[in-house]
Design a protein around this ligand. Structure first.
Ligand code: ADP
Ligand code: MG
Length: 694
């Protein structure tokens, strides 16, 4: 349960005076729906009102604070002209300009003959100086109420800067004083102040340098967030390690038979990864290994070795996939081998219901089923195993730590866990998402793959592309045609894909199929099956195909509006072709004009096929928070830390977390108590459960 001291921070934003339901919606859009979210909403700029020149010296375009004499009000002659209040000081004249303002109001705040302090941006008009809609108009006595330096916050349409700033200010007034979770050495090394002070400082920048991610206050906050992340991962890991694994030596028989059945030789990288995995399985420690490998690098067969080792010991293994299509594909890959080896493998997805599902679950519980492949359905409560020893999770960025644990908890005893990921994640991100899992990397592609000819073509030349497609299809080629993601709206996505489908259908008739996320699973399967069997030549799809389909004969990938995709995604999509022996091509259709980053992205994807290089470039071009697909990725999203800027802090946080748990594994010490508060503060509650349930 969340500690009471944090309650004020976790109240809804509507608990802040002046924030009603309408405004709460806007605040939620930019920051979040809780008070703490406003605290994390740090300024990205500042307005400095300290500059108080005389009128004659006030530079155009700059924010200034002027002390003025109000000379005369000038009502507009017509509706479209602004209301002008003419003012001066001893050096010159300036007009204050108001569009559609009420004159009684203006007369009240700017009485003729009075002295007023105004703050705003100097403009030039017809050779004179003016200021439209000053941000502040106060009497000289109230001058101090003009905040001298104001933070500027990221906004959204409809949310006024003044109101948001006020809400943040109010949020900061309820900051509880929290126990210090950092040790003295860390604090003094960074020159860091207490959490609440750091937060207030971060919201009150005095100079541009205070906005730097490495300004002290921001560093401290980023460190807190990274420490919470690393501590949570370390907790999970310690907890999994503490439950001793069982040594799964295996007989090696099934693995040897499998290798004999393969129509190809394993690559060196696959052999190394398999050796690492078998060593993990054989040791008394529990396996927690991440298998990273680019699309098509052959992870499935490596995973199968781990699974078969469990079967060799008379135990069971499970393979969890993020989508139905992918689960089915794994199942289809594994089944022929399982049949040849005389092993019972089954598929369990959300589609299985009623009697058939019950029978399958019974066979799983009794141990008749030795290998099971499935989706989230595998995590359902009533799914029980006879003796689950190995869990393989094909992550593709879609599961979190929590699901990994749910599956491994189903073993009753300790389960060895292997996570496969196809998107090569830069090392720094690996650390934030997986902590210090052991890592095997498949850096080498199976031989015999011809490189993919990648070209960027402007959408205006779509006709040529379609003509080329005609020739290729006549020669028996198969192609994917991917339509882009339209601004988070699946409905629009689907509409775009349907339109393209209709257009291509006019040219290619019933050789074209359509696949999108809104189709029923059975419809998707039917289309996939027809494409696999060669009955369809062209498959128009939204990004659903990204998650992994394997049709070796497909050799052409057309990506429409390629400029809208992230690098990692383009790479994933391209990886769908070039799996067979025919020469493959990838056509990146783009809409002009291209932004600079879009140009760079398309260049990177044309220049290299190395997923790791692409991932690093992606990080460089977009920044970690923006990596396309992070949102649905299961990669942690940081509010205050920037993995790229704070790489050093991340490493320190990791060491800190390890040291903390070594000294105080149950977080019972005084500092431990404070660290629990930290975990709750950053909503790493799940990890705390692993503390208390021992
Ligand atoms: P990944 O899951 O890493 O994207 P897969 O395991 O689906 O890759 O393998 C991609 C394709 O490569 C499959 O058709 C598989 O049969 C084939 N393959 C795997 N290993 C090898 C190898 N060593 N030599 C040739 N082909 C291989
Ligand atoms: Mg695969």
């Amino acid at each position: 349960m969340r500690p009471e001291v944090l309650f004020p921070l976790f109240k809804p934003v509507t608990s802040i005076p002046g924030v009603g339901p309408r405004m709460a919606k806007l605040v939620e859009k930019v920051a979040g729906d809780k008070v703490v979210d406003l605290c994390w909403h740090l300024p990205t700029g500042l307005i400095d009102r300290r500059f108080s020149p005389k009128v004659a010296e006030a530079p155009v375009g700059q924010v200034v604070t002027l002390t003025l004499q109000v000379d005369r009000h000038e009502k507009p002659g017509n509706q479209r002209s602004p209301y002008r209040v003419l003012c001066s000081d001893d050096t010159g004249f300036i007009a204050l300009i108001f569009f559609s303002a009420r004159d009684d109001y203006l007369r009240r705040i700017l009485p003729e003959g009075a002295t007023r302090v105004v703050s705003g941006t100097i403009e030039e008009f017809n050779g004179g100086r003016q200021m439209s809609h000053p941000d502040y108009v106060v009497s000289p006595e109230e001058k101090a109420s003009i905040q001298i330096v104001e933070p500027v916050y990221p906004l959204t349409a409809g949310l006024s800067p003044k109101i948001l700033t006020k809400a943040v200010r109010s949020a900061l007034t309820v900051l509880p004083s929290l126990p210090e979770w950092l040790d003295r050495a860390t604090l003094s090394r960074g020159g860091w102040s207490a959490w609440s002070d750091a937060l207030r400082t971060a919201h009150s920048p005095e100079a541009i340098t205070d906005l730097d991610p490495n300004a002290r206050a921001r560093q401290r906050l980023a460190y807190d967030e990274l420490l919470a992340n690393q501590l949570a991962l370390a907790l999970v890991r310690t907890r999994m390690r503490r439950a001793k694994g069982r040594p799964l030596k295996g007989t090696g028989d099934l693995c040897a038979s499998l290798v004999a059945l393969l129509p190809y030789q394993l690559t060196g990288a696959q052999k190394t990864a398999i050796a690492e995995i078998l060593a993990d399985l054989g040791s008394a420690d529990r396996m927690l290994r991440l298998l990273q490998g680019d699309v098509g690098s052959g992870k499935t067969i490596v995973a199968l070795h781990a699974m078969l080792t469990a079967v060799e010991e008379g135990a069971q293994a499970a393979l969890l996939a993020p989508t139905e299509i992918l689960a089915r594909q794994h199942y289809e890959t594994i089944r022929p081998f399982a049949d040849a080896l005389g092993i019972q493998v089954r598929l369990l997805t959300g589609r299985d219901k009623g009697k058939a599902r019950e029978a399958l679950l019974a066979d799983l519980a009794s141990g008749v089923v030795q290998l099971i492949v499935g989706t989230h359905a595998l995590l359902q409560e009533d799914v029980a195993y006879n003796d689950l020893a190995v869990a393989v999770i094909d992550e593709q960025h879609r599961f979190g730590v929590h699901q990994r644990l749910t599956l491994s908890a189903k073993g009753g005893g300790p389960v060895d866990v292997m996570v496969m990921t196809a998107t090569p994640i830069p090392r720094t991100l690996t650390l934030t998402a997986y902590g210090d899992m052991d890592v095997s990397r498949l850096t080498e592609k199976p031989p015999g793959r011809t490189p993919i000819d990648t070209r960027a073509v402007p959408a205006t030349r779509m006709d040529e592309v379609v003509a080329g497609l005609h020739r290729a299809v006549e020669n028996g080629a198969q192609a994917y045609w991917v339509c882009p993601l339209v601004e988070e709206s699946e409905v629009l996505d689907v509409a775009a894909a349907e339109q393209r489908f209709a257009a291509l259908q006019r040219q290619f008739g019933d050789r074209v199929g359509l696949l999108h996320g809104r189709m029923k699973p059975a419809e998707k399967d039917a289309v996939m099956a027809r494409f696999s069997a060669g009955a369809l030549s062209i498959l128009v799809a939204t990004t659903v195909i990204e998650v992994g389909v394997d049709v070796p004969n497909a050799s052409i990938m057309v990506i429409e509006h390629a400029e809208r995709f992230g690098l990692a995604q383009l790479h994933q999509l391209r990886g769908r072709v070039g799996r067979g022996s025919t020469r493959s091509s990838c056509i990146l259709l783009y809409g002009s004009p291209l932004s600079e980053t879009a140009q760079q992205r398309l260049k990177v994807i044309r220049d290299t096929d190395d997923g790791f290089v692409i991932a690093e470039e992606d990080l460089r071009l977009r920044g970690a928070g923006e990596l396309l697909g992070t949102r649905q990725s299961g990669l942690p999203q940081f509010r205050l830390a920037d993995v790229e800027m704070h790489g050093d802090l991340l490493r320190l946080a990791r060491e800190d977390a390890t040291a903390i748990l070594k000294d105080d594994p149950a977080l019972n010490s005084r500092r431990g108590e404070a660290l629990r508060v930290l975990l709750y503060l950053f909503e790493r509650d799940a990890a705390i459960r692993y503390l208390t349930s021992g």
